[in-house]
Design a protein around this ligand. Structure first.
Ligand code: NDP
Length: 341
C-alpha cells in the first residue's frame, strides 16, 4: 500500500480506503464487516469512511463494533463521519436534527463518536452545503470541535469551489481551523467538478480529497453491460434510482456505451474493467485517497489489487482512455438529488 498526504496536511492516508455507504447493515453485517476490516488492515488501509445518514446511524454502529472486535491500536487508523442529512431517512429528521448549525454539527459529532466507539473523529465532513446556515457558523462549530480534541481534520463533501473558498478564507482571516479536505464523487464517468471546478483549490489552498463512488456504484465494473445482475446495488430496495440511471435514462445508456469501450480496452490489456477504473483514479495526484466500496469479500480483494495494474497504464494507454472518455458527456449528477446520500 502506498500512502499520500491529505492535501497539504501532514496526515498520511492509504491511497485506497474503505467506506460503508449502502453496504454496512444492509449487505454487510458486523461479522462480515470484521472480516473485511481484517483484510483492509492486512493490506495497509488506514482510513474508514462513514456518515450519520448511512443506514440512519446503524452503519456507524456496525463499523464501531467491528473495529472494537479487531482491537487495533487507535493511533493506527482513521475514521470519519459526516453531518448534514440527519439520521432519519428521506431527510425526515426534526429541524434541529439535521443541517450544519452549531447545534447539529456538535451533537452529531458526539453521537457519531458514541456509535463508532471512539473518543475523537479523525475526519469530519459537512456532507453537503446547508443553504439555511451561514458558512461562518459551521466553520466556528468545526473549529471548536477541533480545539476540544473531538475532531482532528474537518472538510466538506460536494460543496462548490466557491463555498469551499468562502469557508477557507473566513477561517484564515479569523485564525480558525480551515477545511483540510473535500469528499467529491470522482470516477471515469464523473470528472467535471474534480478536474475543472476544484482545480485552483488543490494549488492555492492545498485541498485534500477523499473520493467517492470510484466505480460509479458498480457501473464501472462492467457488470451492468448485459442487464442488471441479481443482487447488485441497482436491485436493492431504496436504490431504484440507480436502475433508472444506469439502464433506463438516456444518460445511463451513454454511460454504458463508454463502459463498453473501456471494457474492450481492459480486455486488450488483459485486466479487469474494475481494476482499470480504480487504477485510473489513482493516476490523479490530486486524489488523496480512493474510498472503495464492496458488498462481498471477493470484490474487496479484487479492488485492493487494483494498484498492481498501474504499470500497464502507459501514456499511450492513458491517451486511449482519455479519448474514450472525451467522446461523450457522461456526467450523471449527485444521487443526493434523488434523496440518496
Ligand atoms: P463504488 O462506486 O466503488 O461502488 C461500490 C459497489 O460496487 C459495491 O458495493 C458493489 O455493489 C459493487 N462492486 C464493488 N467492487 C466490485 C467488484 N470488484 N466486482 C463487482 N461489483 C463490485 O463505491 P461506493 O459508491 O460504494 O462509494 C464508496 C464510498 O464512498 C462509500 O462507502 C462511502 O464511504 C463514500 N461515499 C460518499 C458519498 C458522499 O456523498 N460523500 C456518496 C457515496 C459514497 P453490489 O455488489 O451491491 O453491486
Amino acid at each position: 500500500m502506498k500512502y499520500r498526504n491529505l492535501g497539504k496536511s501532514g496526515l498520511r492516508l492509504s491511497e485506497l480506503s474503505f467506506g460503508s455507504w449502502v453496504t454496512f447493515n444492509h449487505q454487510v453485517d458486523t461479522r462480515l464487516a470484521e472480516r473485511m476490516f481484517a483484510i483492509c488492515f492486512d493490506a495497509g488501509i488506514n482510513f474508514f469512511d462513514n456518515a450519520e445518514a448511512y443506514e440512519a446511524g446503524e452503519s456507524e454502529i456496525v463499523m464501531g463494533k467491528a473495529l472494537r472486535k479487531l482491537n487495533k491500536p487507535r493511533d493506527s487508523y482513521c475514521v470519519s463521519s459526516k453531518v448534514m442529512f440527519g439520521r432519519i431517512p428521506n431527510f425526515g429528521a426534526l429541524p434541529t436534527q439535521k443541517g450544519l448549525s452549531r447545534k447539529h454539527v456538535t451533537e452529531a459529532c458526539h453521537q457519531a463518536m458514541e456509535r463508532l466507539q471512539v473518543d475523537y473523529l479523525d475526519l469530519y465532513f459537512c456532507h453537503r452545503p446547508d443553504p439555511r446556515t451561514p458558512i461562518e457558523e459551521t466553520v466556528w462549530a468545526m473549529h471548536n470541535l477541533i480545539t476540544q480534541g473531538k475532531v482532528l481534520y474537518w472538510g466538506t463533501s460536494e460543496w462548490s469551489a466557491e463555498q469551499i473558498k468562502e469557508a477557507y478564507d473566513f477561517a484564515r482571516e479569523n485564525h480558525l481551523s480551515a477545511p483540510s479536505m473535500e469528499q467529491p464523487q470522482y470516477n471515469m464517468l464523473d470528472r467535471k467538478r474534480f478536474e475543472e471546478e476544484y482545480q485552483s483549490l488543490y494549488k492555492d489552498y492545498g485541498l485534500g480529497t477523499t473520493i467517492w463512488s470510484p466505480l460509479a456504484s458498480g457501473v464501472l465494473t462492467g457488470k451492468y453491460l448485459e442487464g442488471v445482475p441479481q443482487g447488485s446495488r441497482a436491485t436493492l430496495k431504496g436504490y431504484e434510482w440507480l436502475q433508472k440511471r444506469v439502464m433506463e435514462s438516456e444518460r445511463g445508456k451513454i454511460r454504458l456505451n463508454i463502459v463498453k469501450k473501456l471494457n474492450e480496452l481492459a480486455d486488450e490489456l488483459g485486466i479487469s474493467m474494475t481494476k482499470l477504473a480504480l487504477a485510473w483514479c489513482l493516476l490523479n495526484k490530486n486524489v488523496s485517497t480512493v474510498i472503495l466500496g464492496a458488498s462481498k469479500i471477493e470484490q474487496l480483494e479484487e479492488n485492493l489489487a487494483s494498484a498492481e495494474v498501474l504499470t500497464l497504464l502507459t501514456e499511450e494507454t492513458q491517451e486511449k482512455i482519455q479519448s474514450i472518455l472525451n467522446s461523450a458527456d457522461t456526467e450523471a449528477g449527485d444521487p443526493a438529488e434523488d434523496g440518496v446520500e
